[in-house]
Design a protein around this ligand. Structure first.
Ligand code: NIG
Ligand code: FE
Length: 395
């Protein structure tokens, strides 16, 4: 397939824009990219914008139940932490997810996945973490894997058994840590159900020490780690995660300069989640200036989940990252392409370059800056995955 008359945001060094460019795809891989060299059969794309397929590198897409009532409670004065402490929050979704069948989880997750795919997503990360017992964690990860067989999308799974302490283990953290490290992890790793391991390091969840225990166990199975860190307070989780060469630290509104320095040294990606910031009406934005100063790669993701971020649009997330955190539209696009790939440890995607997987999105816009600009408008024209058109038509 030879596409011509494109504006190509290669995402190599920023936009890496090639005006009037062409891309040759062979066997699902990008064979050449550069200024127009029309020979042979070509497809004229009418000057449309081509980007890498979008990557949502942090979601909790698989879950049971609904938490709209908590949205109302928060707007009546309760905080996210109050609700969690009273047994709602994550635990409320845990109860609903435990009660749901695999088929029910699959059906509701498919619906949500469709929303993301409609905006050019070709790779998505999905976490467990609403089971908090071995069987339900396994059930969630299986559903996540199945999603990737039912729709044209690559699913990367993350084991998040350390999302919070289930109520039955509220007084005995050690016992739950044993379940996570000695029962769930060996099973999940043994069955090849997880590509990474995550934890929620926060006052209402796991301490830095407890998280370290989980990370040690993950590394023993050769699984890379990532962390929900410094979302509501600065515990130093990101700094500890850097010692494990974490793929990413996510949220990080309260990360201090020392923390930024350590993740800069470890090559860890900072994943910003403006959806959660928006829904929880947080006041403290992540340290964007420091991240820039220390040249930390920044990704952004929906954090799609029923509690803190019922956000089903990566384009809207890009816009929120610009408006709420002051990212430039270029940083926002890097955040859902090149840097999102990096946050998942994927080297074969996220840019348009020779040898990269041909996962591409074609947009009815002329400039890459147009993608983060509107809210609630979807200019997607077509999606190519592994070199095949899976959505829309090429002109
Ligand atoms: O990324 N911060 C922790 N976990 C999720 C929210 C989970 C929930 O509230 O259900 C997050 O925001
Ligand atoms: Fe999350």
């Amino acid at each position: 397939m030879h596409l011509t008359n494109l504006s190509i945001a290669t995402m190599v060094n920023g936009y890496g824009l090639i005006e009037k460019g062409a891309v040759l795809i062979e066997k699902g891989v990008i064979k050449s990219v550069g200024p127009d060299t029309p020979k042979g059969t070509t497809i004229d794309c009418g000057g449309r914008l081509l980007t890498p397929g979008l990557i949502d590198c942090h979601t909790h897409l698989v879950y049971g139940g609904n938490r709209a009532a908590e949205f109302e409670q928060r707007l009546n004065g309760a905080t996210y932490a109050d609700i969690a402490t009273a047994g709602g929050g994550i635990m409320s979704t845990v109860r609903a997810t435990r009660a749901a069948s695999e088929a029910e989880l699959l059906e509701s997750a498919l619906r949500r996945l469709e929303s993301l795919l409609a905006e050019g997503v070709t790779t998505i990360e999905i976490k467990s973490g609403y089971g908090l017992d071995v069987e339900t964690e396994v059930k969630m990860l299986k559903v996540a894997r199945t999603l990737g067989t039912l729709r044209p999308v690559d699913v990367k799974t993350t084991f998040l058994g350390a999302h919070t302490f289930p109520h039955e283990f509220r007084e005995d953290h050690e016992a739950y840590l044993k379940i996570v490290c000695d029962q769930a992890l060996p099973r999940v790793a043994g069955e090849g159900l997880a590509d990474a391991v995550d934890a929620f390091c926060e006052g209402i969840a796991f301490s830095v020490e407890e998280t370290r225990t989980v990370f040690k166990a993950a590394r023993a199975f050769n699984l890379p780690v990532k962390l929900h860190a410094e979302q509501l307070s600065n515990l130093g989780g990101a700094k500890m995660a850097a010692r494990f060469k974490a793929l990413s630290v996510d949220h990080i509104e309260y990360l201090d300069e020392e923390g930024v320095e350590s993740i800069s040294k470890s090559g860890t990606v900072a994943v910003l989640l403006p959806g959660a910031f928006y829904y929880l009406r947080e006041k403290q934005a992540p340290p964007v200036a420091e991240l820039r100063r220390h040249k930390v790669p920044v990704a952004i993701a929906t954090d799609l989940n029923p509690g803190s971020s019922p956000v089903h649009s990566l384009l809207a997330t890009m816009n929120m990252a610009c408006v709420l955190f002051g990212l430039t539209p270029e940083e926002a696009l890097l955040g859902v392409t090149a840097n999102a790939a990096r946050a998942l440890g994927l080297k074969d995607r996220g840019t348009i370059a020779v040898g990269q997987k041909a996962d591409l999105a074609l947009w009815d816009v002329k400039r890459p800056g147009d993608l983060a600009y509107p809210l609630g408008f979807n200019p997607l024209a077509a999606v190519i995955r592994n070199g095949e058109i899976i959505k829309g038509t090429l002109p």
